[in-house]
Design a protein around this ligand. Sequence first.
Ligand code: NAG
Ligand code: NAG
Ligand code: NAG
Ligand code: NAG
Ligand code: NAG
Ligand code: NAG
Ligand code: NAG
Ligand code: NAG
Ligand code: NAG
Length: 770
Amino acid sequence: MFGLFSEIIQAKMFNFILLSVLVIVAVFADAASTAKPGCQSNCGDLTVTYPFGIGIGTNCSISSWYDINCNTTFNPPKPFLATTNHEIIDISNEEIRIKNSVAARCYTETGNVTRENHITVDLAVTPYSFSEKNKFTVVGCDDLAVIIGFSFSGRNFTSGCLSVCSDTKDMNDGFCTGIGCCQTPIPKGLKTFASALNSLDDHKMVWPFNPCGYAFVGDQDVFQFRTSDLTNQSFQNKTIENVPIVIDWAIGNLSCSEAMKSDEFACFQNSVCVDSDTGLGGYRCNCSTGYEGNPYLSPGCTDFHALEHLCPSHFFSNNPCDENGICTNTPGSFTCSCKHGYTGNGTKEGRGCIAKNSQFPVIKFSLGFSMVFVSIIIAMAWLYFSVKRRKLVRMREQFFHQNGGLLLKQQISSNEGGVESTKIFSAEELEKATNKYAEDRILGRGGYGTVYKGILSDDRVVAIKKSRIMDQNQIEQFINEVIILTQVNHRNVVKLLGCCLEAEVPLLVYEFVSNGTLYHHIHNNGEMPWFSWENRLKIAAEAAGALSYLHSAATMPIIHRDVKSSNILLDELYTAKISDFGASRLVPLDQTQVTTLVQGTLGYLDPEYFHTSQLTEKSDVYSFGVVLAELMTGKKPLSPTKSEEERNLTTYFIMSIKENRFFRILEPRILREGSLEQLQAVGELIERCLNLKSNERPTMKEVAMELERLRKYTKHPWNQQGNVEENMALLSEQSDLYDITITGQELTTEMYSEQGSLCSHMIYPSNNPR
Ligand SMILES: *[C@@H]1O[C@H](CO)[C@@H](O)[C@H](O)[C@H]1NC(C)=O
Ligand SMILES: *[C@@H]1O[C@H](CO)[C@@H](O)[C@H](O)[C@H]1NC(C)=O
Ligand SMILES: *[C@@H]1O[C@H](CO)[C@@H](O)[C@H](O)[C@H]1NC(C)=O
Ligand SMILES: *[C@@H]1O[C@H](CO)[C@@H](O)[C@H](O)[C@H]1NC(C)=O
Ligand SMILES: *[C@@H]1O[C@H](CO)[C@@H](O)[C@H](O)[C@H]1NC(C)=O
Ligand SMILES: *[C@@H]1O[C@H](CO)[C@@H](O)[C@H](O)[C@H]1NC(C)=O
Ligand SMILES: *[C@@H]1O[C@H](CO)[C@@H](O)[C@H](O)[C@H]1NC(C)=O
Ligand SMILES: *[C@@H]1O[C@H](CO)[C@@H](O)[C@H](O)[C@H]1NC(C)=O
Ligand SMILES: *[C@@H]1O[C@H](CO)[C@@H](O)[C@H](O)[C@H]1NC(C)=O
């Protein structure tokens, strides 16, 4: 392992060193290539770049002002500015450094001057000027120096500096503060200056430690004052050698904007023009950021970084070469090679780089590796399962919240007694009951979900409805419906046993109703003995009673909204049970109608509701009318394959009544078993239910009572005798009685049956079957 690491580190080091070398080479190559092609680029230690050029009149520079005279009589050769003959120390993008001149004045012990020289440096008419980086400096203990300058802006410049001292003890190395050393700035754009020294007392007092005074203009960053400079006779030569004068240079005396209009603009592409800040005009060129090269030479600056991108500087990342390979930049491209100890052509496409000596401890390595691998797998599996388990628990909690579990719990706890029989089932419990929602447990699929048969742990058989994904906004509504349904305790309404909110969608648990749907029994071709007229009437009356109860008796009226034969279930004793309240709506007591999205089943849908979206109890009445028609005729509400007039059961039914062929469309068995009056009454009832104007339809209460009345009527022996006149008379009598006794009263199942029996009793005192 350690071997591997050190190898990687070695590889990185090797890469790094290689890269550094490349960069350095690149920089040198870059600098070397910026003299004008075909021109000498070096003079002694100085590298000359265009616009400067070596040679006089050789066209190597941009103009004669930038010619450099390389005097080869010296060894090594020395460069001089050709026009002013100043020896050049260095040339940068903005400045030239030239060899200095130092004024000196030396005295005898008695004050006679032994040696004196003045200095004059003249850059007039050149495109150069003295830089602000210079300072006029006087060194001495009894010295006064004056500088007189001249700038091309037309102003004369005069300044001076006085340096006095009495003892070297007063001075500090590195500080030029007027004691033994004095400095004063010079203005930008100074073109020429002259300086001379003088003395106050001819050094008589300070002669033992300071025989000479000096004055010069030079780079303030380079000159460092030493106390020994006052004594040392070689100070003058030392300063000339070491402290250069800094000169600002520029091209011509035009500004950038002026020069750009002229033919001789010096800056090539990918460069910016920079105005000289000396106040004398002139400009310089600079490569734009990201570009390198010589902006004064055609074609201009080039994108050095474009080249660099071919080989990324971060090792191992985005490397176009094999991971054991080395990427090397070449102009405009790159090459791959293999690092030390590897062989191959280095590219990813090829076989890459393969270790030369593969004496690798294969067995040991693979054994260790596989053990590590196996333990990692185990750890990961363990982690995976624990994370998954926790996620599942958290998900169930989230669903419980999402599905309004808290709300329901709150309702249950605040609503003692009402929903005490409602249970909140756990997701696990229901999963077990339905054998993980197995296909063979599906009882049916509806618009609002799938219903499964479930067997609870206490062997109770239940129906479990898995709703479709619910909209968050419907949750409160859903909870309310659950609450209401648990409060609805009617023998003809499917009982809600509980619900489960831990699953992604709410699950509802209902009592299991074993004998299928009414729809199934009506449209099953086989003739079933039990499905007699009497039983049909019983089922219809029960269903109507339940709907009537929902409309009027519950705490808040409930409109079923999806009354149809397939939502009427039958138990083992063929008792009707209304089911599927998925679309049901609660109607607040102070409202008689609510506006909703139209929902329901085609063929059963109230046309008025369909057009106005105004949902009232009468919509259920209409749908129930369709169910009754279905029950009487054995025809489906919509039969697309039949002739146009028979296609829609409601229109067909109404037409038949209008055209007096009502009896022709009834099922033969009904025609056989039902009395003329009964069938006529049911027909009329259906006609009223299917009235297009909802306010002309009977209420569910009226429908239920009528059906119950007709039912009692069947059981009456008179019926069998077919005494029509008497029956008709009794019928009208009964209607009146209903009007008197029932109107305006709240109706419960119990009351309802009491009422029914009361009526029968009153009408048929001696023949009541109960
Ligand atoms: C320099 O250039 C000028 C004009 O472009 C030309 O006349 C002259 O001969 C050139 N001198 C040399 C030494 O090439
Ligand atoms: C080189 O320098 C020497 C000594 O300063 C001088 O005599 C000579 O003329 C110079 N040569 C050129 C080409 O300037
Ligand atoms: C110094 O100067 C004075 C007058 O200025 C002169 O008389 C004297 O001879 C000089 N001494 C020397 C050593 O030159
Ligand atoms: C600057 O000095 C020179 C010589 O000392 C003089 O001739 C010139 O008039 C002066 N210019 C100004 C503007 O003072
Ligand atoms: C004077 O300066 C020179 C050059 O820096 C140096 O070698 C020499 O020792 C100095 N002499 C004294 C007395 O400081
Ligand atoms: C300074 O340099 C000049 C010539 O460059 C030489 O003659 C003189 O002796 C030097 N002075 C000292 C003190 O080294
Ligand atoms: C600029 O320089 C040219 C010569 O290169 C000269 O004729 C002209 O007078 C100068 N202009 C200024 C404002 O210095
Ligand atoms: C040229 O650009 C560099 C950086 O891009 C900057 O540091 C330098 O000062 C510029 N030179 C001039 C003359 O503007
Ligand atoms: C390396 O080998 C591959 C496949 O053998 C080849 O496609 C690729 O051109 C080779 N590269 C070099 C630089 O030789």
